[in-house]
Design a protein around this ligand. Structure first.
Ligand SMILES: [Zn+2]
Length: 70
């Protein structure tokens, strides 16, 4: 049962990743954007907004060197 739950959670997570593939965390202060799974995105809270990657680029955002905004 636990295995099934893990599989289910994985599926939910994975399907979300696909559905929001274009979403990034955009730092409004440094103008850098991060992939949702980037360790730097997790440390960024006050100035970070979750937006579409194309909007981040439009706002002058540059991809983070660690995750390259993937
Ligand atoms: Zn990053």
């Amino acid at each position: 049962m636990k295995k099934f739950l893990c599989l289910f959670m994985f599926f939910v997570f994975f399907s979300n990743t696909i559905a929001f593939a274009e979403l990034v965390y955009y730092n409004t202060k440094t103008k850098k954007f991060h992939a949702l799974g980037c360790p730097y995105a997790k440390t960024c809270s006050a100035n970070c907004i979750k937006i579409e990657k194309k909007d981040a680029i439009k706002l002058g955002g540059v991809p983070c060197k660690t995750c390259e905004g993937k």
